[in-house]
Design a protein around this ligand. Structure first.
Ligand code: PEP
Ligand code: MN
Length: 353
């Protein structure tokens, strides 16, 4: 099982692997209090940010190396493993000096190849699991590039964390999940463990449960959930942290479906999907051919490619039709837009021939 590649000794290779702890280590008491409650509930890996990348100066930037000693105390007194975020070479050396067991690279850092390369080089020859958060921008190649930089220096215990993507237009989520991006990552790297960070995707406590369930249904390997002994008074990300007691409820409510078992029962249905996809492709190709004929007509009659009224009419009609058939209007809008874009592209080729 792919989860094994990042597991630390003594941890069950069972989904979900859970990493929990505060957004930031704030005081020794807060770290110890949170960790002791988590350990009592069977959580094996503590997270705590020591150096915090802030969007604007003046926010709480983390306690720095002083907090590493608190994490060491957590290890000694609870037997938990401890993990933290590193963003520079200095962070790596400090974290290793204090015996941190697992590291992660934050979303802002993943977006910067220079920083990732520097971290990778500092980790050369160190046998420690490293998790790479997706970059803040929805760029799968940049995420993969960061993973490759680590693997190129010889690290083997590498995993990915999906924490959502930054967007100007924040409605429900703090960071848009854009599930298709981590799904494509899993398709391209089936052996790479992937962990969901519902805290940073949701930005609100109430979204953690549904997002965690969705991640489990998408066959994610683990969850990293911000957990604080006094979430309301947290020094960073207060709205999205939960108490250890709430974490316990969230985890016990999860329904874990078996990723493999059902494959055989699904083979008939999958065959039907394959056939339908074939038909869809043939229909699309036919639609494109007809659209090319229209392109030729437009060329002969000196007409523009895009006829706004006609496009508008198609959109309205089909979207209503789709909605009556139980499909989401936004979904239909996206599909029609993509089809229209390709039609226009093909007609432009004809016009310029
Ligand atoms: C964090 O884990 O607290 C954090 C800063 O997350 P991200 O890098 O995903 O913003
Ligand atoms: Mn946080």
């Amino acid at each position: 099982m792919k989860l094994e590649s990042i597991l630390l000794p003594g941890i069950d290779p069972k989904r979900p692997l859970v990493i929990a702890g505060p957004c930031s280590a704030e005081t020794e008491e807060q770290v110890m209090n949170t960790a002791k409650q988590l350990a009592a509930d069977g959580i094996k890996i503590l997270r705590a940010g020591i150096w915090k990348p802030r969007t604007k100066p003046g926010g709480f930037e983390g306690v720095g190396s002083e907090g590493l000693a608190w994490l060491k105390r957590v290890k000694q007194e609870t037997g938990m493993y401890v993990s933290t975020e590193v963003a520079t070479q200095k962070h790596v050396y400090e974290a290793l000096k204090y015996g941190i067991d697992m590291l992660w690279i934050g979303a802002r850092t993943t977006a910067n190849p220079f920083a990732v390369q520097e971290i990778a080089e500092a980790l050369q020859g160190v046998d420690i699991p490293v998790l790479v958060k997706n970059p803040v921008n929805p760029d799968l190649e940049l995420w993969i590039g960061a993973l490759e930089r680590l693997s190129n220096v010889g690290l083997t215990k590498i995993g990915a964390i999906h924490r959502g993507f930054s967007s100007y237009d924040k409605k429900i989520y703090r960071n848009l999940p854009q599930w298709h991006i981590p799904i494509e990552l899993q398709r391209r790297f089936p052996d790479l463990p992937i962990i969901c960070d519902p805290s940073h995707i949701g930005g609100k406590r109430d979204l953690i449960q549904p997002l965690s369930q969705q991640a489990m249904d998408l066959n994610y390997d683990g969850l990293i959930i911000e957990t604080h002994c006094d979430p309301e008074n947290a020094w960073s990300d207060a709205a999205q942290q939960v108490t250890p007691a709430r974490l316990k409820e969230i985890l016990s409510a999860l329904i874990i479906r078996d990723g493999k078992q059902s494959t055989e029962d699904l083979s008939d249905l999958r065959k039907q999907i394959d056939e339908l996809d074939d038909q869809l492709l043939e229909l699309l190709a036919k639609r494109m051919r007809i659209s090319c004929e229209i392109g030729t007509f437009k060329k002969e009659h000196n007409m523009t490619v895009v006829q706004t009224d006609r496009y508008d009419e198609i959109l309205q009609k089909r979207i209503n039709q789709a909605e009556n058939m139980g499909m989401n209007p936004d979904f239909m809008h996206t599909v029609l837009e993509a089809i229209h874009e390709e039609s226009v592209r093909q007609q432009v080729v004809i016009l310029n021939k």
